[in-house]
Design a protein around this ligand. Structure first.
Ligand code: F6P
Length: 168
């Protein structure tokens, strides 16, 4: 397996995000928490962004993008959401360690993260516990994606700041 996320898939994922009427994120446990950080950055970029499960998340529709993170690629809630998104005509960008997984099969674009998933009990892919390396990688990969999209947009940091929460 490559030691890096394939750059072509990463670039295509960025293009999908820019074209999307709305962006949704989904992941469970720590994978979902890592993606919530990405959701905030996508919002700062001006993308209409929703975290699946929040009371304000609307219906997903055609050309929207669901960004789904699952180290195992088999977490049922995430796989089901990806399948539903595709049925609705949305695109699915999957982050997973498992290119043959159900999530990868349901996705339009797969970012294969060369990290341990939560059942790497023998520490073959990482000495860290569970899926920690995957969850950390989700943050790095999506932060890098945000950074590239921001640089391409030419938007000043001051303009992004206007979208930062002021009800904290
Ligand atoms: O990334 P996966 O394989 O979908 O697992 C999701 C989550 O399940 C857990 O084991 C428990 O929530 C977390 O460690 C992990 O982030």
């Amino acid at each position: 397996m490559s030691a890096a996320v394939q750059s072509a898939a990463w670039i295509r994922a960025g293009a999908l995000l820019l074209e999307a009427p709305a962006v949704f994120t989904i992941g469970t446990g720590r994978s979902g928490l890592a993606l919530q950080m990405a959701a905030m950055r996508f919002m700062h970029l001006g993308l209409a962004t929703h975290v699946v499960g929040e009371t304000t998340a609307p219906a997903i529709g055609a050309r929207d993008v669901l960004v789904a993170a699952s180290g195992s690629g088999s977490t049922k809630r995430v796989v089901r959401a990806a399948e539903t998104a595709r049925e609705q005509g949305a695109e699915v960008v999957a982050l997973t360690t498992a290119p043959e997984s159900a999530l990868a099969r349901a996705a339009t674009e797969v970012l294969v993260v060369p990290a341990a998933d939560k059942q790497d009990f023998d520490g073959n892919a990482s000495v860290q516990y569970g899926g920690s390396l995957f969850e950390q990688s989700v943050l790095l990969v999506t932060d890098a994606l945000f950074h590239a999209l921001w640089q391409t947009s030419g938007t000043q940091a001051r303009e992004l700041w206007r979208l930062h929460a002021n009800l904290e």
